[in-house]
Design a binder for this molecule. Structure first.
Ligand SMILES: NC(=O)c1ccc[n+]([C@@H]2O[C@H](COP(=O)([O-])OP(=O)(O)OC[C@H]3O[C@@H](n4cnc5c(N)ncnc54)[C@H](OP(=O)(O)O)[C@@H]3O)[C@@H](O)[C@H]2O)c1
Length: 318
């Protein structure tokens, strides 16, 4: 399967490095708003085709999947144009700027019968099954509490600071925390208490979100784009707790029993960067004739987008 990347920025580099190391998929083309930048990127990652516009990449008949690696504010137009050109898409998180945009893209995907997925890579990693199995087998008894944070000091990054580019900690980092909570709990979110510190530019800089889930779990998560965090997650249960050394891509899951006794460490499989799992999920779904991957169904994308709208509306940053 041939992937075409649009937007020759930071995360596109990681995707290109990943695809270069995969044997079942490869990056065939890079599209940038400037040809020079595309050519430079193509040279660095041995990508055979470089285009000076996204439209040219969409028109390439050999591109089987478009990876949208542009700022949040561009996802809607870029994904719409790719779908209208008949291209399946893997769109970086956050999927869109808001739920209305997400609903319109998902409707278009259904209407045209074209695959669309969100590149929220934590959903596709093998560690998800490891954690779910531990919870199901009762390794920590009944889950009661989730604590997690995700913070990177990226306040110098234009697309994080500017409201018009879809800036703010929630769309950039908090989205992983919401997905983490949704992956390891059951039912809907019944109650939310939240507070946020806004940046001078008017985006959400630092936030705390406490949620009570239908299954009785309480989740308390913090995100910030203005400081560094340990980015760990703890799931506490009646018989012990699980520690993930990274909220997105942990190296292992540790199982603790009462009195903080470490009883088990489950390592995750060797990986390239971890991005390979989301690309393979797209390949499998497209080859099966599906328009969404089972790891992140369209209904779930929409649920998270509505949740983020609700939070940002409360903070006055929507
Ligand atoms: N999965 C992850 O771990 C991860 C990590 C970081 C970011 N992301 C996501 O990836 C996406 C891109 O983030 P990034 O950090 O790679 O951003 P970035 O370094 O700023 O790159 C974004 C690229 O988008 C293109 N672009 C198109 N319109 C633009 C505009 N109006 N302003 C600026 N750039 C524009 C540019 O490429 P051209 O000039 O070549 O067209 C730019 O290089 C975001 O959705 C972000 O949330 C994901």
């Amino acid at each position: 399967m041939n992937v075409g990347i649009i937007g020759a920025g930071h995360i596109a580099e990681k995707a290109a490095r990943t695809l270069a190391a995969m044997d079942d998929m490869s990056c065939i083309a890079i599209g940038s708003r400037t040809l020079e930048k595309a050519q430079d990127f193509a040279g660095r990652f041995s990508i055979p085709r470089a285009y000076g516009s996204y439209e040219e990449l969409f028109a390439d008949p050999d591109v089987d999947l478009v990876y949208v690696a542009t700022p949040h504010s561009c996802h809607f137009a870029n994904t719409r144009d790719a779908i209208l050109a008949g291209k399946p898409c893997l769109v970086e998180k956050s999927f869109m700027m808001n739920a209305a945009e997400a609903a319109a893209i998902l409707a278009l995907s259904h209407e045209k019968n074209i695959f669309v997925a969100e590149a929220i890579w934590s959903r596709y990693l093998p560690v998800r099954d490891i954690v779910c199995s531990l919870l199901e087998e009762g390794a920590i008894g009944k889950s009661v509490m989730i604590m997690a944070n995700m913070a990177f000091e990226v306040s110098g990054k234009e697309r994080v600071v500017k409201p018009e580019l879809g800036g703010g900690a929630l769309l950039d980092l908090g989205v992983y925390l919401l997905n983490f909570v949704r992956m390891y709990t059951k039912g809907t979110i019944e109650r939310i208490n939240t507070t946020c510190i806004r940046s001078e530019s008017g985006v959400d800089a630092t936030e705390n979100i406490t949620m009570v889930l239908e299954d009785g779990t309480m989740a308390s998560v913090q995100a910030s784009a203005w400081c560094h965090g340990d980015n760990k997650a703890v799931i506490s249960g009646s018989g012990g707790f699980l520690v993930l050394d990274d909220i997105v891509n942990p190296t292992c899951v540790q199982v603790y029993h009462p009195r903080r006794e470490l009883v088990r460490t489950v390592k995750v499989p060797e990986q390239i960067t971890g991005f390979e799992y989301q690309f393979r999920a797209c390949k499998a779904a497209i080859e099966a004739g599906e328009i969404e991957p089972p790891q992140m169904p369209h209904a779930e994308i929409l649920y998270i987008m509505h949740l983020m709208d609700r939070l940002r509306s409360e903070w006055g940053t929507l």
